[in-house]
Design a protein around this ligand. Structure first.
Ligand code: SF4
Length: 350
């Protein structure tokens, strides 16, 4: 089997099996560049048909399950196919060019990576961190990263366990166990992959993946059309307070919202009578949508599993969470987002 020897990184030898598992490593793209496979070969040669199918599957797995499946990496042909499926998947994602798909794909690669990295040794983690531009110091079995890297890569993690104030910090470095450090790297990889996409695609690439592109566009549209403002039944979007309007609009574009925002939005919509299934559909367009987790949260907030039907937070709490967005004149006269909705309704009908 062909092996790739790293240059000055200090990390010795990685076999192609490892490159196939981590195709976003610089060494993996270096390996592909050094091999004899050209882009026209990848697009047209019948010898790479399986790699094209694997690349297509990679994108569909990301879209549907936020996960890249493990495949057998025993034979050289299997390894090569897996390795090549990555650049092909990136081309396919780029032919669609949809921001939701890009986010979903990047997240899936990063999440799958995190699970796999747990099996790797410290040298590997060091190498990966270096490529993701995250500082790492390994000392006495613990991993330390500079607090600025920690903050940059945990901005989306809202639970208490990720707040800087709750970390052990020594001379500006946050001390983490391997699992938590890998979670930091997950976000760094997700952002990197997101930033790299979409790639420029030429006519030949568009033509090769035309069918897959259309299939993906249709699937994405299906997901998006499951939720539309008018599908909210009796809820009038024109009556929503600015905070809920913003949260809802963000969800509709497939972007994630903070945990506090999810809680506020779900509790608000439930209070207005939207059914859990409708809320589920609405959240299904978010790039990090996890069906069972989302259902659990919605049912918990709704009181179905918790026995307590939660009320949406008051304006003062929304402000302290940083999710009171662009309050308008009416906001100055109310203390609760639900009051805003009620008053707007009266104005309209009165
Ligand atoms: S003042 Fe209240 S209702 Fe208005 S945007 Fe802020 S949180 Fe929402």
């Amino acid at each position: 089997m062909r092996r790739f020897l790293f240059g000055e990184s200090g990390y010795p030898i990685v076999d192609t099996r490892k490159l196939a598992r981590y195709p976003y490593l610089e060494e993996a793209s270096g390996y592909i560049k050094e091999s004899d496979v050209s882009i026209p070969d990848l697009l047209e040669d019948p010898a790479y048909e399986e790699a094209r199918i694997a690349g297509r599957n990679r994108v569909f797995e990301a879209l549907e399950n936020t996960k890249i499946e493990d495949h057998s990496l025993v034979s050289e042909a299997e390894i090569q196919m897996e390795l090549l499926s990555y650049p092909i998947a990136r081309m396919i994602v780029s032919t669609v060019g949809d921001p939701f798909l890009i986010k979903r794909y990047a997240l899936s690669e990063a999440k799958t990576g995190t699970l796999r990295w747990m099996d790797e040794d410290t040298d590997f983690v060091r190498r990966l961190a270096e490529q993701l531009d995250v500082e790492l110091i390994v000392e006495n079995g613990t991993m330390k990263t500079h607090f600025t890297d920690f903050l940059k890569n945990t901005a989306q993690l809202r639970s208490k366990g990720w707040k800087l104030i709750n970390q052990r910090v020594e001379d500006g470095y946050v001390v983490l166990n391997k699992r938590k450090f890998l979670r930091v790297l997950q976000d760094a990889l997700r952002r990197k992959l997101e930033d790299e996409l979409p790639l420029e695609v030429n006519e030949k690439i568009l033509e090769t993946f035309q069918e897959t592109t259309l299939e993906l566009i249709e699937k994405i549209q299906e997901r998006k059309s499951k939720y539309k403002a008018e599908d909210m039944g009796k809820i009038r979007t024109t009556r929503l307070p600015p905070c809920m309007h913003r949260l809802l609009a963000t969800v509709q574009t497939g972007e994630g919202i903070p945990h506090t925002g999810r809680f506020a939005l779900v509790a608000f919509l439930r209070h207005l009578g939207l059914r859990p299934d409708d809320i589920m559909r609405m959240f299904s367009t978010i790039s990090d949508f996890d069906e069972s987790k989302t259902r659990y949260q919605i049912e918990h907030i709704s009181g179905i599993t918790s026995g307590t039907k939660y009320t949406p937070p008051e304006c003062s709490t929304m402000k302290s969470y940083g999710i009171c967005y662009e309050p308008d004149d009416l906001c100055n006269r109310i203390k609760h987002p639900l009051s805003y909705y009620r008053i707007k309704g009266k104005r309209k009908t009165g």
